[in-house]
Design a protein around this ligand. Structure first.
Ligand code: ADP
Ligand code: F6P
Length: 457
């Protein structure tokens, strides 16, 4: 197969301790690129004075070349914090109320995409396959085409795509839709996202389906598809099995003593429904007094995008809420919620998931949610835990063995916690097996193969 060129805003160059940053995109794609060899280009995560003064940093690791570019402070402010995370992120997560439009930010987003194209083009050979990821880089193909690149270019959106009524509240929605038409394939996580996209094209008469999964819009024909992202299921299960000897995992096991562990693992993001989840946990304890002192809820939540005001505000709210619940319900020998703002290594994470009798994954809206899949993969087949999963996560369309909840329904989520903790072993095994079989068959390598096969067909 041709060389693969992956482009994403965040590039998971492992740090000195070998820990890649938290995030579904980062975790999933590294495995895919290792399989094919090639280039991974993106933002270095650093900002500095002027673009032109900074050479593109290139770093070779095995068969992957990481090509990283700095951005200016203004770029980061306008493109990343501004348009990507204060407009596209909330809009794609159906949060009209949180979108903050600014002309400067919109212009910065398109400017930085042009800049990325100019840095990338000299690295690309004529038969390279280019695969662009996520909402930060939607206009990249249009810029590359304008520079004369004829390569196959695919795009995969890791987050949800909203319905027309939501998308069209965004002033530049037309430019964003047009940007997508310059790809050869536009991939979404679920059929539901794909339908929303088709609905957006139809609503304003911009385009329509023309058969065989193809769309015609803005004078171009391109494919649209749903490709549910997976995880490295077998490897993750192996991590989890071996993790029982890990010192941190051992310490965690000893410290929870004979209590049942409920675990939540998410970036600290308003889309993850953490506030509603804590409320549901409080409701669960209040409705089941016998559980006082008998469960520990561990929420591992690294801070994310703290420079964005909406994130900063929710960080304060969640910390206060966890403190309030612990103050109200805790006892001298029991802290109900252990709330941690830190990333942990993947092998430790796998071990912690395996300790969890219940995995709580209750986003208000999520493209896929890899944590749900990791939790399932990490379970002990002889004594698996129960996944409580939001029906608004893409993963809910595949993980039918989970207890599906509506995260806005706090009481319903609290009831699901109670049901999960008292579920008989046979039912747990049966539910887990359905999910694990699916995850083994639909792992990240298959996702990558399916997308690339379509892109090269
Ligand atoms: P998102 O991409 O929105 O962050 P996902 O659930 O799809 O959400 O992916 C999150 C990824 O980041 C998972 O692979 C998960 O293991 C990892 N992750 C999340 N929180 C942590 C944490 N505290 N420590 C280590 N990894 C984490
Ligand atoms: O999976 C969605 C996503 O936005 C990725 O694109 C991103 O790398 C990850 O979440 C973490 O977010 P950020 O890169 O803004 O820290």
């Amino acid at each position: 197969m041709s060389r693969l060129v992956i482009v994403s805003n965040r590039v998971p160059v492992p740090d000195k301790g070998g820990i890649a940053p938290a995030g579904g995109l980062a975790v999933a794609l590294k495995a895919a690129l290792e399989e094919h060899g090639g280039i991974w280009m993106g933002w270095s995560g650093k900002s500095s004075g002027e673009h032109e003064a900074q050479p593109l940093a290139q770093l070779q690791q095995g068969n992957i070349t990481y090509a990283l570019t700095d951005l200016t402070d203004t770029d980061v402010e306008e493109y990343y914090h501004g348009f990507a995370n204060r407009v596209l992120w909330p809009i794609c997560h159906y949060r009209l109320d949180l979108a903050e439009y600014g002309r400067k930010e919109m212009a910065g987003y398109f400017r930085v995409n042009r800049f990325f194209a100019h840095r990338l083009a000299p690295l690309v050979e004529p038969d390279d396959i280019i695969w662009v990821h996520d909402y930060h880089l939607i206009p990249l193909a249009a810029e590359l085409r304008q520079m004369g690149l004829k390569n196959r270019i695919g795009f995969f959106l890791h987050i949800p795509w909203p319905p027309a009524d939501v998308l069209f509240t965004m002033p530049v929605h037309e430019e964003i839709m047009r940007g997508l038409s310059h790809y050869d394939i536009v991939g979404f996580q679920t059929d539901h996202d794909l339908e929303n996209f088709a609905g957006c094209l139809r609503r304003e008469g911009i385009g329509d389906e023309v058969g065989a999964g193809r769309f015609s819009a803005y004078g171009r024909i391109f494919k649209g598809g749903a490709y549910a992202i997976g995880i490295e299921t077998a490897a993750f299960a192996e991590f989890a099995k071996k993790a029982s000897t890990n010192t941190t995992v051992k310490k965690a096991r000893e410290s929870i003593e004979n209590r049942s562990l409920i675990i939540g693992v998410d970036r600290l993001d308003y889309s993850k429904g953490i506030m509603q989840r804590i409320e549901a946990f409080e409701r669960f304890i209040l409705a089941n007094p016998a559980q006082q002192g008998r469960v520990t809820y561990l929420q591992i939540t690294p801070k994310s995008r703290s420079e964005v005001p909406e994130y900063e505000a929710m960080q304060r709210t969640v910390a206060e809420q966890a403190g309030r619940v612990n103050g109200a319900l805790g006892a001298v020998d029991w802290v109900p919620i252990r709330y941690i703002n830190r990333s942990v290594g993947r092998h430790i994470l796998a071990g912690l998931y395996r300790l969890g009798k219940v995995g709580l994954v209750t986003p208000l809206r999520d493209g896929m949610n890899l944590v749900a899949k990791e939790y399932v993969a990490a379970q002990d087949p002889d004594d698996p835990g129960v996944l409580v999963l939001s029906r608004f996560a893409g993963a809910a369309r595949e993980l039918r063995g989970a207890l599906l909840v509506n995260p806005y329904d706090v009481e319903g989520t609290a009831n699901a916690m109670a049901r999960a903790l008292s579920m008989p072993l046979e039912e747990r095994k049966e539910r887990w097996k359905t999910m694990m079989d699916h995850l083994l068959e639909h792992d990240v390598s298959r996702w990558c193969r399916d997308f690339l096969n379509d892109l090269t067909a």
